[in-house]
Design a protein around this ligand. Structure first.
Ligand SMILES: [Ca+2]
Length: 321
């Protein structure tokens, strides 16, 4: 049986790849996309989601619900210096395409309530929408099967500051609400996991490009902009934590090591805003999340490669590809 889930995303670069996983893998039953303020301008993120659905030839198959356009308490912080527009300048004729009238927070609450305990939410942006749903409906936590969250670092370095990973930094209060709410949570952290197991070197990217499919051409474009940034900060390739998060939901055999942690998010310090304190079981703190520690990196690469090798052609011609 395909696994039903919702993708909560700030769609740019690897969010697009995560969405491809959700749209192309036969093990996946992607029910909705919910948009949250994050990586790049909100409307550009929606545009990037349409581009991705087009690449997967699934335009308008999955509803896009527009959600929180800013964090709960903070000013929005963009990652446009990292991602550019998040899709390498691709464009598309969007004639006739409409996002849902229903707000993302209401969609999250309704969809999980319609099949209690069945829907997982893959959260690959700031956690604003999820926190809003927690606050709005006390049944939301129990109705949700699990959250798969890309965010934080496991006693490792951040990316937007020394201490913090971007998603938790942008809306630390939302992250705190979510980790204190009682969900069944799995975390894919930035460091050390992503930096060790989900970086594709230029050699690998060339291999993927050599597949010569429309999907591999799309993949190259959405990853190209970020690659230059990653290399400028010493990361030897493009980073894929969001697609990894979706992939381990559908293919848990990719998980090689994981452990239960108590995860708390720093909200009061300027210096360590959004820091995720991940306590590994020796501090008398109750576990509230499973943190992924090691994955089958070769298996993950081979899996994405197999998706990008599919002959799927875009539904409408891209402008600029
Ligand atoms: Ca993201």
């Amino acid at each position: 049986m395909p696994i039903p889930f919702i993708l909560d995303t700030d769609t740019a670069q690897d969010d697009c790849v995560a969405m491809l996983v959700g749209l192309l893998d036969p093990e996946s039953d992607l029910r909705a996309v919910t948009m949250v303020a994050g990586n790049v301008g909100f409307d550009r993120q929606v545009h990037n989601a349409w581009l991705t659905m087009n690449a997967a030839a699934r335009l308008a198959d999955v509803p896009i619900h527009l959600g929180s356009r800013r964090p709960l308490m903070r000013e929005w912080v963009s990652a446009e210096n990292v991602h550019g527009d998040g899709s390498g300048g691709l464009d598309l004729d969007l004639t006739g395409l409409e996002t849902s009238d229903e707000h993302a927070v209401d969609a999250l609450i309704r969809l999980t309530a319609e099949s209690p305990g069945e829907l997982t939410i893959v959260c690959i942006g700031p956690l604003t929408n999820i926190a809003m749903a927690v606050v709005k409906d006390p049944r939301f936590v129990a109705n949700t099967r699990a959250l798969y969250i890309m965010g934080g670092s496991n006693n490792g370095r951040g990316n937007i500051t020394a201490a913090a990973e971007y998603n938790f930094y942008v809306d630390p209060e939302a992250a705190r609400v979510v980790f204190e709410a009682g969900f069944d949570i799995t975390v894919v952290p930035w460091a050390p996991l992503t930096l060790r197991d989900a970086v594709f070197t230029r050699e690998r990217l060339a291999e993927l490009d050599a597949l010569g499919t429309p999907l591999s051409a799309f993949f190259r474009r959405v990853c190209e902009g970020t690659l230059a940034f990653d290399e400028s900060v010493g990361i030897p390739g493009s980073t894929h934590p969001d697609s990894l998060t979706a992939s381990i939901l559908l293919h848990p055999e990719l998980i090689l090591e994981a452990a239960d942690y108590n995860v708390q998010i720093e909200t009061s310090s300027d210096l360590t805003r959004g820091y995720s304190a991940m306590s590994w079981g020796v501090h008398d703190l109750a576990a509230n999340a499973r943190v992924i520690e090691r994955i089958d990196a070769e298996g993950f690469y081979a899996y994405l490669r197999s998706l990008l090798a599919l002959p799927t052609a875009p539904e409408r011609p891209f402008v600029g590809l």
